[in-house]
Structures are given as structure tokens and as C-alpha cells.
Design a protein around this ligand. Structure first.
Ligand code: NDP
Length: 277
């Protein structure tokens, strides 16, 4: 029997997840159907309940429902608890719903395996302190960076995030205006802010990045983002977040099906399709 999965969000029409999971299913021979579900902004719980009551096996959860999904889950993985948000729900054999967060693992897998950029021992700057930055924190810190500084438009959110994860590593956090006081370049700068979505560049001093740096923007698309262009002009290697998207999907697929798909061919195909648009 074909097992049913979906991505739930609002808006969700442009989600790339159905194509990614269809490619994983072809590659692994898993018999799944995967659709898109738009839920009303205040209607996540009833739509999700209906989906599982009708025999659905798992959901990917996107904006704006990751906190609703966190509340909805009967139990949580450690990384979902650390993220404070859930992007994957899975029906378990006892009928309970497990909530997981695969975004951070997707990011780390892309940086480490696809791009081959070092994280262990690296000096890392995380730009942004929203859900994506929070979700990345535990998987990133598990890789053993030497130091992580969080910079955010609203300084207090960065300070809080740094305090919250302090027991996992050497963390500091603040606003963009105190970045000038940090000496030297960073090995890895991750843009987890939503600035690129509106074509903006966070006010980052040029001195914190150089030819030996790596710059990762979680936003993805056919064009380099302003952050990627800014970093490339200073000689840094750059990447967008498409590999993270495919990586988090692979982690969800693994949770649901117990089979880990290969991400590289799917990422390549998706990149070619986006560039042809
Ligand atoms: P949130 O709304 O939770 O957080 C947004 C963050 O961006 C906050 O830190 C906010 O700062 C900051 N921000 C927003 N606009 C600007 C701006 N103009 N200049 C500087 N900072 C800004 O969003 P998420 O954390 O969920 O998502 C962040 C980004 O990550 C999005 O662009 C999203 O597309 C991407 N993402 C990509 C994924 C992937 O698979 N590739 C997965 C998940 C997210 P403040 O606190 O001051 O408001």
C-alpha cells in the first residue's frame, strides 16, 4: 500500500519538498505519495489531526507552523527540543506522533559532506537569531567549532540564544554594532537571517571575512544572494541553502522510511531545474 506524506504550510504552493521526496522515493524504491497542504493560519491542529486520522504517516512542517507542530507532537527528539520547533512529524507504531527538527542536521550535512567545509575547530559567525539559527545551533555545536558568535538585528535575541547554548560550546552574542570589536576573520559565516528574502544585506563589517573564509546563506534560489555576492567580493567561498533544504528532507525521509537517500544527485537535478527557470 502507498504511504501518504505531505508538507503543510501557508503559503506552500512554491514548496520544492514534493519534488525532492518524489526523487528520494524513485531512488530508494519506497512506495510513497507526497502532497502539499495549505492550512489556515489558525488551523494547523485540526488539519494535521485530519491528515493522521485519514491514515497519513508523516508531515513536513514549514512557515508559519513549526511552533504549532512542536505543541502538536506527543514526544520530541532532543534536537527538536533544543530547536524549540518541529519541522517533521512522524506517526509511530504505538499511534503517537514524534516531532523532530531536521533543519540543523541538513545544514551540517550540506556544509560538511557536499561542500567539504570544515566546522570542527572553526571560528563561526551565525547571523540571525530566529527559528533557523536556533534549529542549527545544537547540530552545529556537536561538530566542535572553536568558537561561535551570534549577531542579530535585535541584539537581545542573540544574547539570549548564546546564553541558552553556552553549556554546549564557546558562545557569545550581540547586535551588529558590536561586530567591529571582534578581531580577525571568521572561518565560517552562516546567514540565518531572513534579510536575503527582501534583497537586503545585514550590516556586516568587511574585515570579518577574507579569502580563507566560507560564507553560507540559508536562503536559496537561482541567483546569488546579496550576502553571497558581498562574501565573494572579499574572496570567500560561498553557497546558498539549497543543499540544506535537500539535506533536511533526507533526514525526514530517513525518520519516516528508515532509509537514507543520496542527496547529491537530487541536489544537482534541483539546481539545474532552478537555473533553467
Ligand atoms: P525567523 O522569522 O524566525 O527569523 C528571522 C531572522 O532574520 C531574525 O533573526 C531577524 O532578526 C532576521 N532578519 C529579518 N529581516 C532582516 C533584515 N532585513 N536584516 C537583518 N536581519 C533580518 O525566520 P527563520 O529563522 O525561520 O528563517 C530565516 C531564514 O532562513 C529565512 O530566509 C528562511 O528562508 C531560511 N531557511 C532556510 C532553510 C533551508 O532549508 N535552506 C530552512 C529554514 C529557514 P530580528 O530578530 O531582529 O527580527
Amino acid at each position: 500500500m502507498t504511504d501518504s506524506y505531505a508538507v503543510i504550510g501557508n503559503p506552500v504552493e512554491h514548496s520544492l519538498s514534493p519534488g525532492i521526496h518524489a526523487a528520494f522515493a524513485r531512488q530508494t524504491g519506497e512506495d510513497i505519495a507526497y502532497e502539499k497542504i495549505t492550512a489556515p493560519r489558525d488551523g494547523f491542529e485540526s488539519v494535521a489531526r485530519r491528515f493522521f486520522a485519514a491514515g497519513g504517516r508523516g508531515l513536513n512542517v514549514t512557515v508559519p507552523f513549526k511552533l504549532d507542530a512542536y505543541e502538536f507532537a506527543d514526544r520530541l527528539t532532543e534536537r527538536a527540543r533544543a530547536a524549540g520547533a518541529v519541522n517533521t512529524l512522524a506517526l509511530q507504531s504505538d499511534g503517537g506522533i514524534l516531532g523532530d527538527n531536521t533543519d540543523g542536521a541538513g545544514l551540517v550535512a550540506d556544509i560538511r559532506n557536499n561542500l567539504g567545509w570544515p566546522i570542527a575547530g572553526a571560528r563561526v559567525l551565525m547571523v540571525g537569531a530566529g527559528g533557523a539559527a536556533r534549529g542549527a545551533m545544537l547540530p552545529l555545536l556537536e561538530q566542535g567549532p572553536a568558537q561561535v558568535h551570534i549577531a542579530n538585528r535585535t541584539a537581545i535575541r542573540a544574547e539570549r540564544l548564546a546564553r541558552e547554548f553556552a553549556r554546549h560550546g564557546v558562545l557569545s552574542g550581540g547586535g551588529f554594532d558590536n561586530l567591529d570589536s571582534l578581531q580577525g576573520t571568521f572561518d565560517l559565516v552562516i546567514n540565518a537571517s531572513a534579510a536575503s528574502l527582501s534583497g537586503e544585506l545585514p550590516p556586516l563589517p568587511g574585515a570579518l571575512i577574507g579569502p580563507a573564509s566560507h560564507a553560507y546563506d540559508m536562503v536559496y534560489g537561482a541567483q546569488p544572494t546579496p550576502f553571497m555576492s558581498w562574501a565573494a567580493e572579499r574572496g570567500a567561498k560561498t553557497a546558498d541553502g539549497l543543499g540544506m533544504l535537500v539535506g533536511q528532507a533526507a533526514e525526514s525521509f530517513m525518520l519516516w522510511r528508515g532509509v537514507k537517500p543520496e542527496t547529491a544527485p537530487v541536489l544537482q537535478e534541483l539546481r539545474a531545474r532552478l537555473q533553467a527557470q
